[in-house]
Every structure is written in C-alpha cells, then in structure tokens.
Design a protein around this ligand. Structure first.
Ligand code: MG
Ligand code: MG
Length: 259
C-alpha cells in the first residue's frame, strides 16, 4: 500500500531529509586519503544526535553503523571499517535519519582525492541518471517512467544497472511501497500521485550489472569487481511535480571549498 502524505507531513519529511543532507555536507569536508570510514561514521552519528535526530540505519535489521560506506566495487550497504581511504577510491556514503517520526534517506558518491577520468565520469553519469529519474516524478506518470529514464541514461553510457536493489517509498517507515527500480519500462507500475514520497537511488556499475553479497551479510559488491556509484534523493510529489526534499547543496559547497 502506498501512503499519501499531507503537506504538513511532507514538511516534516523535508526536515529529516535536510538533516541527512547536512550530515553528508559534513562528511564531504572529511573525505580524503588516510581518513577511515569509521571516523566518518562517528562524526555523522554525533551530528545527527546533537541535532535531535536518530541514525536510522544503526540497528536496522542489525546494521551496526550510522552510515553505509561502500568503497570502489562495493555498491551499497558497506559497513564502515578502520581501513583508511586511498587516493583514487570512490565511495558511496548513504545516510538515514529519523526525526519527528519520519525518515530521510539519501546518498552521495565521492571521489577520494583525484580519481581516474573513467571513475569521475561514472560519478557524473550516475548523479545525472538520478535527475533523469526525478524529472519523471510527475502525477499521472508511472513508476516505470522513472525506472526507464534512469536505466536508459545509464545504459547509453555503457554502464550496468543493478537489478537486485531498488529505490522505495519513504515516510514513517524507511522502506515503504512502492519499489522504485532503476530499470523498467515506460508506463509500467503504480501511477504516481500527489503526496507520494520516493527515495530514488540509482546504483550504477562501471562494468556488468551483476552483484553479490559478501559474507558479512551486508556489503553488496559487483560480481566483476569493477567500481560502482550510488546517488539518492528523497522526492515528494507536490502540485503534480517533483519536490526534492533532500539537497546536494551542502556537499557541493564543501567540495568547492576543498579544491
Ligand atoms: Mg539510502
Ligand atoms: Mg534508500
């Protein structure tokens, strides 16, 4: 069942989404060679708790951390470790917050130092594929229109689109109906209506689409070992159009200052 949110609920969700956005902005300043994922996780948790939020992933089905940090061939659900980041890595940082009873859930993929041009391009195309999906968040369209837009854009660049993990509805639960796959056909799936909120999250592989899970029970990696990128926004349908509740502005400001 797809829950329709009121305007008031959407504003509460914007608060949760923006707390994630600000957290990612803080992380953006710290992503560099030599820094450990565990350190990033610690500052994220402190920031969220200091601001009256609850880290949504910590304890979720036993996940041990505030952030999912997925490095290089890791697609999503990476557990933060003590192994320092290296120049040339790419990392997906996914963060969830619960505040006022509603969830925010969004993600950004970062370059660690200077990365190979092919990885920079993977990051750019994956981010752009997210916006191609968001453009389709129009009342009267169908979920498949989002899915098709993401897949079509990513595959045009020769990338693999992950099938096993998908975007989702978001609200009082971290994962609500409907599923929002990153692949599909135009005109398929549930109709998009005002008051729906989706977490749209392309997971795009430099190589083939296939993935597998590591023995830690969480980390999803590409089957061919090639790198993968992941971006996620929370999007409400308001007055028939997409209203992006999260923002990359804090991240992008921090990245500009670093250069
Ligand atoms: Mg997420
Ligand atoms: Mg999500």
């Amino acid at each position: 069942m797809i829950y329709i949110k009121t305007r008031e609920e959407i504003e509460l969700m914007r608060e949760s989404a923006l707390m994630v956005s600000r957290t990612l902005g803080i992380i953006a300043k710290e992503v560099k060679p030599g820094v450990t994922p565990k350190f990033l996780d610690k500052i994220a948790e402190e920031f969220i708790r200091d601001n009256g939020g609850v880290p949504a992933f910590k304890g979720y089905r036993g996940f041990p951390a505030t952030l999912c940090i997925s490095i290089n061939e890791a697609v999503v659900h990476g557990i933060p470790t003590d192994k320092a980041l290296s120049e040339g890595d790419i990392i997906s940082v996914d963060c969830g917050v619960k505040k006022n009873g509603f969830y925010g859930d969004h993600a950004y993929s970062f370059a660690v130092g200077v990365v190979k041009p092919e990885l920079q391009k993977l990051l750019e195309v994956t981010k752009e594929s997210l916006y191609k999906g968001i453009e389709q968040c129009i009342a009267g369209n169908r979920i498949g229109d989002i899915s098709f837009a993401v897949q079509n854009y990513a595959e045009k660049h020769g990338y693999g689109v992950v099938r096993e993990l998908v975007g989702h509805g978001l609200g009082k639960s971290l994962h609500e109906d409907p599923e929002v796959p990153n692949y599909g056909k135009r005109g398929d799936g549930p109709k998009i209506k005002d008051g729906m909120v989706f977490a749209i999250e392309p997971m795009i592989n430099l190589g083939k689409k296939n993935v597998k899970q590591l023995n830690d029970g969480w980390t999803i990696v590409t089957a061919d070992g090639l790198p993968s990128a992941h971006f996620e926004h929370d999007v409400a349908i308001v007055d028939g159009k997409p209203d992006i509740l999260s923002t990359f502005a804090y991240v992008e400001e921090a990245l500009k200052l670093k250069v």
